[in-house]
Design a protein around this ligand. Structure first.
Ligand SMILES: *[C@@H]1O[C@H](CO)[C@@H](O)[C@H](O)[C@H]1NC(C)=O
Ligand SMILES: *[C@@H]1O[C@H](CO)[C@@H](O)[C@H](O)[C@H]1NC(C)=O
Ligand SMILES: *[C@@H]1O[C@H](CO)[C@@H](O)[C@H](O)[C@H]1NC(C)=O
Length: 255
């Protein structure tokens, strides 16, 4: 990720922070100083397969709820470099897989069926409720120590690509559950009316994503999110970068 993006990402995340919450004063261009732990919660426990990246140091941290591309079918592990880097600056990052990767249909069709996104939104809301109730205890179990608090009253949401379809839908259903939104190359089939509420947001887009063969249709991508969102909002159009560059290199090279 380029340097300007880091500044904006961390600025967006700062919107989620406040008193009593760990605040990072480091250089956003570098990885943070905090050692990061990885916790996997299976679908037998939580409503969805969950990867949590969190600082090992006991403190109270703002939370980032993240979903990957293809409506959440791209596994969160594929974004581990970025998500761990965010966690190392003092955030509990809750990455959620809509389904294990093996279930992705081999020919992915553009899904314009409103009901499906509705189902996904419902599942994400259930998942969010579950982690709100159980994550602190799960982290304590992994650390053999209590005291690390994921502060769900300082929640930010983030998503990549069409993972932003259900995430945007969540904000339409509840305008206050999240303090800020970080839309990374967002894409939505259902975002048809301007929002009427205020939630600070950053829309990150890349120049190459809208060039042929395009990953994003201009009218449904980051500019569209920006046009339909209320202030405060920032749009960023990064030159010479593409839609999938946010993914870890092995996944990105596989595309
Ligand atoms: C941050 O850490 C990752 C490993 O998690 C590494 O690949 C990357 O190069 C580091 N970035 C910087 C700017 O040091
Ligand atoms: C917690 O305790 C278990 C079992 O004693 C151990 O395997 C694990 O490494 C400990 N975790 C930490 C973070 O110290
Ligand atoms: C929205 O979310 C907040 C925080 O989770 C909750 O307190 C509130 O009841 C929700 N509102 C609606 C309309 O569901």
């Amino acid at each position: 990720m380029d340097r300007l993006m880091w500044v904006l990402v961390l600025t967006t995340l700062m919107w989620t922070t406040a008193q009593g919450i760990y605040v990072d004063n480091g250089n956003p261009y570098d990885n943070g100083t905090l050692e990061v732990m990885t916790l996997t919660i299976s679908q037998h426990d939580a409503p969805l397969l969950t990867k949590v990246y969190y600082p090992k140091k006991i403190d109270t941290y703002a939370v980032l709820f993240f979903t990957g591309g293809l409506l959440g079918y791209i596994p969160v592990e594929s974004y581990s470099i970025v998500l761990k880097a965010i966690a190392s600056h003092g955030f509990v990052v809750v990455g959620v897989d809509y389904l294990p990767f093996s279930t992705v249909p081999s020919t992915y069709e553009r899904d314009r069926d409103q009901r499906k996104v509705g189902d996904q939104t419902k599942k994400y809301l259930e998942e969010l409720q579950w982690v709100t109730q159980h994550l602190e205890e799960r982290i304590a179990r992994q650390l053999n120590q209590t005291g690390l608090v994921p502060a769900f009253d300082h929640l930010g949401i983030s998503c990549h690509s069409a993972g932003c379809d259900p995430i945007a839908d969540m904000t339409f259903q509840n305008h206050t559950f999240s303090k800020a939104a970080l839309f990374l190359e967002p894409f939505s089939y259902h975002f048809k009316t301007p929002v009427t509420f205020r939630m600070p947001a950053l829309m990150y887009g890349t120049e190459l994503s809208t060039q042929k063969p395009e990953c994003i249709y201009v009218g449904e991508g980051y500019n569209h999110f920006y046009d339909f969102w209320q202030c405060p909002k920032i749009v960023m159009n990064v030159k010479s970068h593409g839609h999938c560059e946010i993914l870890d290199p092995p996944t990105f090279e596989g595309k």
